[in-house]
Design a protein around this ligand. Structure first.
Ligand code: XMP
Length: 521
């Protein structure tokens, strides 16, 4: 995003930590952008930030490979908040001393604010719980710095220098386990750095619409829809900007959840009157998947089939519209993808996007990525403002290769139908119990190559098991298995075995990630 007043730069000493801080700043309605710790100071200055936050990180300042804080940042005259690793990096840079401590502090800790005049802890309790994660400790600071808090094992866990507008905490204000954390961040942002809360969903939409309208002019734009929240919201923004110059393509690969295609048609074509082309490729996907059981081969075959179908669809649509082709492609890239791919420079190449499946080299497009600056929760807020149905906005992530990677064994039409039904039952029950939003995902997996004995009525049966895999997660990098209520599990189990004759057993997956991945294949 271009330079703007009211930007907070988060200096990245460890991606996960920096992203969480950036999100919390956005929750305070202030635009934040993450920059790597080695960024030249001129690039920071160019953004004219109102504040800078130095993130935590996994390293110790003593490691030779530890990311270094560029001292010049401290002399910019821009208010600075250092967190955890950032706290220690500042202390070291200003001539303080950091020492290894025999006792580490991990998790909930009670700290005491030792200087009630501290600007950062204004109107906060003297004694409060915070979330700590450190072994190194700041032992000494130059006189110009005031110590503002202590913990049971460390005499210095917060400090400030009002003249230089430098503030720091050893603990993590950005995590939910620090009850006054968001208040601390907001005090820093509003009272100390004088930021204004201007980052609002309607403003984001307006800015994007204006810039896409200008960029696209009278060219034609193509968007591959996956049925998920990102591509849906991206398409809706672009449609607001360029109307009928946008064509959406939805490839029906036959590997979808029940009613998914109908929901997409209803949300796009019927409600929003967006030009939507549905490419029916069910048979060719099934044909390509015949006799294939290896997960990676499945993915490859599906990726190739997608490219063929998408290319064919785009040619058909171009012909119908009497145009030579499409100049732009919409992608639902989110900010975490940008940060994690290390591509924070603003330029982008087509990467093999999970849900679009990768495109052939000879299909050349310029990219439009309206969500490139946004986190998932912001995308949902914007989607709601654009009138997108909650059912789509709160849909769990779904893998590009769809149900194919949830059938252990060969993918056939019958098996797809069985799995889609089981998946629908689980979705219905999770929705009815009101727990779907607390889960990241709940894949249902059909062990098609396994059979187990059952008794249905008076007869002995020999059907397949399904596995349900409810997980909680922040970002799918790690996940925990969700402790769903027994009554709910019991209802899911009896509905699946009652309503699907071929299923004789329901199994619960109780493995975290790592060691197991979320999907079975
Ligand atoms: P795993 O199974 O690796 O999954 O723990 C992490 C997240 O990624 C999703 N996933 C995929 N998404 N194409 C996708 O678009 C894929 O091939 C794919 N494989 C896994 C998975 O659903 C989970 O959210």
């Amino acid at each position: 995003m271009n330079s703007r007043h009211n930007t907070v730069v988060v200096i990245n000493f460890g991606a996960q930590y920096a992203q969480l801080i950036a999100r919390r700043v956005r929750e305070a309605h202030i635009f934040s952008t993450i920059m790597p710790y080695f960024v030249p100071v001129e690039e920071i200055v160019e953004l004219k930030p109102s504040a800078i936050i130095l993130s935590g990180g996994p390293a110790s300042v003593f490691e030779t490979t530890a990311p270094q804080l560029n001292k010049d940042i401290l002399d910019l005259g821009i208010p600075i908040l250092g967190i955890c690793y950032g706290f220690q990096a500042i202390a070291q840079s200003v001539g303080g001393s950091v020492e290894h401590n025999d006792i580490a502090e991990y998790g909930r800790t009670k700290i005491e604010v030792t200087d009630p005049t501290s600007s950062l802890f204004l109107n906060q309790p003297i004694s409060q719980e915070v979330w700590m994660s450190h072994r190194d400790t700041v032992a000494k600071l130059p006189e110009s710095f005031t110590v503002t808090a202590k913990s049971p094992v460390a005499a210095i866990v917060a400090f400030e220098n009002k003249e230089r507008s430098i503030y720091a905490t050893q603990w993590h204000p950005e995590v939910v386990h620090t009850p006054y954390g968001q208040r601390t961040l907001e005090t820093f942002l509003y009272d100390i750095a004088k930021c204004e809360p201007t980052w609002m969903p309607d403003e984001i939409i307006e800015q994007q619409v204006a810039s896409i309208t200008k960029e696209v002019s009278d060219s034609h734009v193509l968007c591959g829809l996956s049925g998920g929240v990102d591509s849906t919201v991206a398409a809706a923004i672009v449609h607001k900007a360029v109307g009928d110059q946008l064509t959406c393509v939805f490839v029906d690969n036959g590997l979808l959840r029940e009613n998914e295609k109908e929901q997409v048609i209803s949300a796009f074509a019927e409600t929003e009157h967006i030009d939507l082309h549905v490419e029916d490729a069910r048979e060719e996907f099934l044909e390509a998947l015949k006799n294939i059981t290896d997960p990676e081969t499945k993915r490859k075959v599906i990726g190739n089939a997608f490219i063929r179908a998408f290319e064919r669809a785009s040619k058909k649509v171009a012909q119908q519209k009497h145009i030579k082709g499409f100049d732009y492609l919409v992608q639902g890239t989110l900010y975490p993808d940008v940060v994690e791919s290390g591509d924070q420079t603003g330029t982008s190449v087509i990467k093999s996007h999970h849900n679009v499946g990768g495109l052939p080299d000879d299909m050349e497009f310029k990219l439009i990525e309206p969500l490139r600056d946004l986190f998932k929760d912001e995308v949902r807020n914007i989607g709601a403002l654009l009138g997108i149905d909650d059912k789509i906005l709160w849909r769990h992530p779904f893998p590009g290769p769809g149900l194919a990677v949830r059938i252990i064994g060969e993918v056939t039409e019958d098996r797809l139908k069985i799995l889609a039904t089981a998946d629908r039952i689980v979705t219905e029950e999770l929705n009815d119990a009101g727990v779907d939003r607390s889960l990241w995902q709940c894949p249902v997996v059909l062990l098609a190559d396994v059979r187990s004995v059952g008794i249905q009525g008076d007869a002995r049966t020999y059907g397949h098991p399904v596995v349900i895999r409810p997980v909680t997660s922040q970002d799918a990098m790690t996940a925990d298995w969700a402790k769903l209520d027994y009554e709910l599990l019991s209802k899911i189990s009896s509905r699946i075995t009652n309503e699907i004759h071929e299923i004789t057993r329901v199994v619960l997956d109780i493995t975290s990630k790592p060691p197991a991945s979320i999907e079975w294949e």
